[in-house]
Design a protein around this ligand. Structure first.
Ligand SMILES: *[C@@H]1O[C@H](CO)[C@@H](O)[C@H](O)[C@H]1NC(C)=O
Ligand SMILES: *[C@@H]1O[C@H](CO)[C@@H](O)[C@H](O)[C@H]1NC(C)=O
Ligand SMILES: *[C@@H]1O[C@H](CO)[C@@H](O)[C@H](O)[C@H]1NC(C)=O
Ligand SMILES: *[C@@H]1O[C@H](CO)[C@@H](O)[C@H](O)[C@H]1NC(C)=O
Length: 317
């Protein structure tokens, strides 16, 4: 770009004139954002007899006076720059200007001239580089193909910003806007395990702008719903089994009570006639058989109960 060529030319001329300009302390390049104020300063490092300090702007058609401070007339801002430029720390050894509310048109190189007697003009040069960078816009959404999420981040700036995402692989596309800014969009698939995603936008050496987004719970909610369904089902199943177990226990106790009464009645009779041991065994075996039958019927009931529980559960969901 022509600006870059101009910067190079100025750098070369700065090196060439170093012997003279070493007397003047100034910043060679000032980077500032659109809308900001920027201060440009020049300082004469050796005391000299200065008649006037002049700030000029380098334009394609030539130098244009911006502001000056003269020994006789004091400070003054030229017509084309009033309201735009203010003299700050105006003096004959130290002269700085502030350019307000920067726009792209303020970009360029500015010279400070110390008109001294008898050496003549001592010149320092500062180049103002204007950038524009808007807050990046980060969006996390589902891709239309699968359930995996897509993350995209857009940033608009001038010159074209560098947009980086905190995910491993992403693609960048850029669109040039009518006002000369460039919108760069980085897109990536969101890794399954990520809980936060960040985006940074950078222009030149200016401070980068960052934005972070927590991955919304919405994305994990289908899994969450599933686990809650499973938990509720397990609890329901446990409750069913417990209820069944209690019922079985109560029934068995009632039966056992009944059996023990019967035993007591029956054992009375054989105790009287304890002649034949076979006679005693038969009622006991009978009882055992009865018990077995009862427990099996209880088991059946338990089975029926759990299956009906499962049915209830199915109808619940
Ligand atoms: C000149 O300006 C610089 C920076 O603004 C400041 O540090 C310095 O003290 C000033 N010198 C004089 C003599 O005003
Ligand atoms: C700064 O400049 C812009 C564009 O030239 C203008 O719209 C805005 O009102 C200005 N702001 C101030 C505070 O002067
Ligand atoms: C330039 O255009 C972009 C996109 O249209 C917009 O966001 C930005 O504010 C514009 N910049 C200026 C300085 O108007
Ligand atoms: C990036 O671009 C390449 C080729 O254009 C494509 O194959 C790939 O799927 C893209 N990746 C993403 C995350 O969009």
């Amino acid at each position: 770009m022509s600006n870059f060529a101009a910067l190079r030319l100025i750098f070369v001329s700065w090196v060439f004139q170093k012997g003279l300009t070493a007397l003047i302390k100034t910043q060679h390049i000032v980077l500032a954002a659109v809308g900001e104020d920027s201060s440009l300063s020049c300082q004469l490092m050796q005391p000299k007899d200065v008649l006037q300090v002049t700030w000029q702007k380098s334009l394609p058609e030539g130098m244009k006076d911006v502001a000056c401070y003269s020994k006789h007339f004091g400070p003054g801002v030229n017509d084309g720059f009033q309201g735009k430029v203010d003299l700050e720390a105006a003096g004959l050894q130290n002269c700085s200007i502030v350019i307000r509310n920067l726009t792209e048109q303020d970009e360029g190189c500015y010279h400070c001239l110390f008109n001294t007697y008898p050496e003549g003009a001592l010149t320092g040069t500062t180049c103002l580089q204007i950038y524009e960078l808007h807050e990046p816009i980060l969006h996390v959404g589902e891709s239309n193909s699968a359930e995996e999420a897509l993350v995209s981040c857009s940033a608009t700036g001038r010159p074209a910003p560098t947009v980086t995402l905190t995910v491993p692989h992403y693609n960048s596309t850029s669109v040039t806007n009518t006002n000369g800014t460039v919108t760069v969009t980085a897109t990536a698939r969101l890794p399954d395990e990520s809980t936060q995603v960040g985006c940074a936008a950078r222009v030149l050496s200016a401070p980068q702008k960052e934005v972070f987004v927590m991955i919304p719970e919405v994305k994990q909610s289908p899994a969450g719903d599933l686990t809650s369904i499973i938990v509720v089902s397990v609890i329901l199943a446990c409750v069913c089994v417990c209820v069944a177990a209690v019922i079985v226990f109560l029934r068995r106790r009632r039966h056992q009570n009944g059996v023990s009464h019967g035993d007591a009645e029956k054992t009375k009779t054989p105790q009287k006639t304890t002649k034949d041991p076979h006679e005693i065994q038969t009622p006991l075996m009978k009882n055992e058989n009865e018990l077995r039958q009862r427990t099996s019927s209880v088991k059946k009931e338990k089975k029926n109960f759990t299956t009906s529980c499962l049915k209830v559960k199915k109808t619940l969901f």
